[in-house]
Structure formats: structure tokens, C-alpha cells
Ligand binder design. Structure first.
Ligand code: C5P
Length: 421
């Protein structure tokens, strides 16, 4: 059982009632929840029901002398391992982005030195409003992890679109992932384990691997031929170098490696959420073959064959996970490494990708069918950095992994030394 603690800030939205379930599920995981309700939230859930479920103090008022004497707002903001804002309403997000501190919730959020995770929920028009989008972008730059919202039916029946609070099991998983590896908002995971020896001892390495599956309907999906072997080999090499490793894996047939935190996801959007939840990291390596597109919308029934021909599938672009992390202004891993799977002009396209994605290194490889690289056990790669291109010989994927990790550990150590001067 964990002895982790979160501070849950419940905003005033219709989804607030779902937080009762959240508290229960977290308790099952051994996570204690202390709660702050905004004034608006008390119209949707009562301090009594929240307190009964959490078995902890529920606080509502910054200017309540008794509450302040018992647990001052500064202590409140520091005693948790993680602050979770759910539902994060448009108003609460605006306050957070603007740095307001005029009630208990916003004051705690300003005073904290702990990681903050926000799960927005609101009407789709409010979510898509430029002001909300601006606030969310600002919060992400400030290092806040935003999870969701989901797309789907809303409490107002005639409304549909992005704005539903992310499903509680997903939120629980995101929180437990964050608790496992994000002890403070800034800096890296420096917890020392008994195996913490080697060039990456005490460092956190984040790796994405495998394909993503993008559903067409409940039974069909868009996929690619990635096996996950190269990413899994890099995860094992980082672990062997003493790192704490988080591996975010799409659907593959490989066994979970020992002593590595593995998060299984299916879609690109889930991979992005799991990646954000796993930050901060010292090194992030993006080996996953993320699907570039997903089917727009969601259908809960199998699409039937029609005499009139094939269905019209409209595709929309997936988020670029590598680019999102590489271009973070705050909380960017010290070393961000991407892969480029190409079938032509491998180095030329890889070099273009280095700039476009904002990565420090690109590991480019030729995945034409004749090379057997996709799904195979060997790889021929070119390491592209701002210093030029290294052409590596044909090697087993394990050896490519070891060489990447050895060079990454050296570069990380040099950058840390240079930064501390
Ligand atoms: O643009 P392309 O897919 O060729 O870029 C490859 C690199 O970008 C890989 O490191 C891959 O893991 C990453 N990527 C990503 N998210 C996407 C697409 C690619 O992280 N949506």
C-alpha cells in the first residue's frame, strides 16, 4: 500500500459529483485525499459527503480562523505529494493561469511547490473558447499537467463535444503514475533505490514504444507494424544503467520488463496523457510509431457494410507527443530524443525532423520493407544531432539501445555540469 497523499481541489461544475468516486478509488490504492471545495463546488457536493468518504478534513474557506489554525493554507499546499484539480472549471483554469489568490483553492495553488494536475470539465463551447485554450496553453507552459477533457455526451443533453471530465479510472491511473515518479514539480526524480548504481543512477528516463491503435469503431482500428522491440530494449538499457524508467507502451506482444514502470495505452491521445503524467524526466526518448491520424468522432456500434460502398471516414491529426514535450518551456527534459522511421532520404528527412520537432537528437532508420527493421531484431541507424550525423553500423537492437543510453548518459551529465556552473 502506498502512503501517498493528494490535495484534491474540487471546482464548481456538474462533474463535481464524480470526485466522490475518485476519492473512493484512490483510497483503494492507498492514496489519502485531503479536499478543498471552492464556494461554487459546495453547490454540487457537500463537505459532509466528501469528508465521510475521504475520512479527512474538507476545507472551503481561506478566512476561516479555525480551519486556518488547524492546517494553515501554506502547510495544506505543501503536505500533499500532488495537487489535483477536478473538475477544473473554466473559471478555475483562468484563475490559475492568471495567478489569482482570492480564495482558498487559488491561494493553495499559488503557494504550492508540488506538481499540479488539472482535469478540466465544462461545456464544449467554454472549453473551445479562445480564452480557455489560451489559459490551458499557459498552464502547460507553467508545468501543470492537463488531463482530458473527454469528448462525448454532456449533462446538457443537446450538447456534445470536448468537455467531459476524463473517465475516473483513467484519472486514477494518471494520478497513481504521477505519484510514483513525480515527487516535486521542478527537478527530477532523485529517489535512490537499492539498484541505483550506474551512469544514470537516480535519473528518470521516460520512453514511448510500440504502435498506437486508433479505433474506427468498437471492433476495427488503424495500426502500424511497429513491434516495440527497439523501445523496450532502450528501456532495459536505461534500467541497467541505474535509471528509474517509465515505459509508455502501445499494444505489443512483448512482456513487461522487470523493474520498469510500464503504462499500457492504446491511442495517441492516451499516450500523450500518460507521457504528461510521467513528467518530469531527465531524458525522454520517443521510439513509438504514433499514428499520425485518428478517426474523427466516436461510434459505439460496429459500422455496417452498405450496398452504396465504403464508409466515409474522416481523419483528424493526432497530437505530436515528441514535439509537445520538446517544445515545453518549463519542465522540459534535459535531453529529448526522437526517432525517424523513413523509407527514403533517411538522413535528409531525419535532419529536417530534428528542427521541426525541437528534439536534441534524432535517431533515423530506414524502415523500407526490404530492411526488415520493423518487427526485426536488428537496426541500422544514423544519430543526428546539432553537431552532425553519425552513421552506426548494423547492430542488434539491444546494442543500438546500449549505445544510445551510454551517449545519452554522457550528454546528460555534461549538460547538468554546464547548467550548475
Ligand atoms: O513525424 P514522425 O512520425 O516521423 O516523427 C517520428 C518521431 O516523432 C518519433 O520519435 C515518434 O515517436 C514521434 N511522434 C510522436 N507523436 C506523433 C508522431 C510522432 O511522439 N504524433
Amino acid at each position: 500500500m502506498s502512503n501517498k497523499r493528494i490535495l484534491l481541489i474540487i471546482g464548481g461544475g456538474i462533474a463535481a459529483y464524480k470526485c466522490l468516486e475518485l476519492i473512493r478509488r484512490l483510497r483503494e490504492q492507498g492514496v489519502a485525499t485531503r479536499t478543498v471545495l471552492t464556494k461554487a463546488a459546495t453547490h454540487f457536493v457537500t463537505p459532509l459527503s466528501v469528508g465521510a468518504l475521504s475520512n479527512e478534513a474538507v476545507l472551503t474557506n481561506l478566512f476561516n480562523l479555525n480551519e486556518e489554525r488547524e492546517i494553515g493554507h501554506i502547510r495544506l499546499s505543501r503536505e500533499a505529494d500532488l495537487i489535483v484539480v477536478a473538475p477544473a472549471t473554466a473559471d478555475l483554469l483562468a484563475k490559475m493561469a492568471g495567478g489569482h489568490a482570492n480564495d482558498l483553492a487559488s491561494t493553495v495553488l499559488m503557494a504550492t511547490n508540488k506538481p499540479v494536475l488539472a482535469a478540466p470539465a465544462m461545456n464544449p463551447h467554454m472549453w473551445l473558447h479562445p480564452a480557455t485554450q489560451r489559459n490551458v496553453a499557459q498552464l502547460e507552459r507553467d508545468g501543470v499537467t492537463i488531463v482530458g477533457p473527454d469528448v462525448g455526451e454532456m449533462a446538457e443533453r443537446d450538447e456534445a463535444g470536448p468537455g467531459r471530465l476524463i473517465e475516473i479510472p483513467t484519472l486514477v491511473e494518471t494520478i497513481t503514475t504521477a505519484l510514483a515518479i513525480s515527487p516535486t514539480r521542478s527537478g527530477s526524480n532523485t529517489s535512490t533505490s537499492k539498484k541505483a548504481k550506474g551512469s544514470l543512477a537516480g535519473r528518470h528516463v521516460l520512453i514511448t514504444a510500440g504502435p498506437t491503435h486508433e479505433p474506427i469503431d468498437p471492433v476495427r482500428y488503424i495500426a502500424n507494424r511497429s513491434s516495440g522491440k527497439q523501445g523496450y530494449a532502450i528501456a532495459a538499457a536505461a534500467r541497467d544503467a541505474g535509471a528509474n524508467v517509465t515505459l509508455i507502451s502501445g499494444p505489443v506482444t512483448l512482456a513487461d520488463p522487470d523493474d520498469i514502470t510500464v503504462r499500457h495505452i492504446e491511442t495517441a491521445q492516451e499516450m500523450l496523457e500518460a507521457t504528461k503524467a510521467a513528467l518530469p524526466a531527465d531524458i525522454a526518448i520517443f521510439t513509438a510509431a504514433v499514428a499520425d491520424w485518428r478517426v474523427d468522432g466516436k461510434t459505439n456500434s460496429k459500422i455496417k457494410k452498405k450496398k452504396s460502398g465504403a464508409p466515409d471516414l474522416s481523419l483528424i491529426e493526432n497530437p505530436d507527443i515528441l514535439k509537445t514535450v520538446a517544445k515545453k518551456r518549463k519542465g522540459r527534459p534535459t535531453l529529448v530524443i526522437g526517432f525517424a522511421a523513413e523509407t527514403d532520404a533517411v538522413v535528409k528527412f531525419g535532419t529536417k525532423k530534428l528542427k521541426a520537432k525541437g528534439a536534441d537528437w534524432i535517431v533515423a532508420n530506414d524502415v523500407s520493407a526490404t530492411t526488415g527493421i520493423m518487427g526485426g531484431d536488428r537496426n541500422t541507424v544514423h544519430l543526428i544531432t546539432s553537431n552532425g550525423v553519425e552513421d552506426w553500423p548494423d547492430m542488434a537492437k539491444e546494442d543500438v539501445a546500449k549505445r544510445i543510453i551510454t551517449q545519452a548518459a554522457k550528454t546528460l551529465s555534461a549538460r547538468i555540469k554546464a547548467g550548475s556552473k
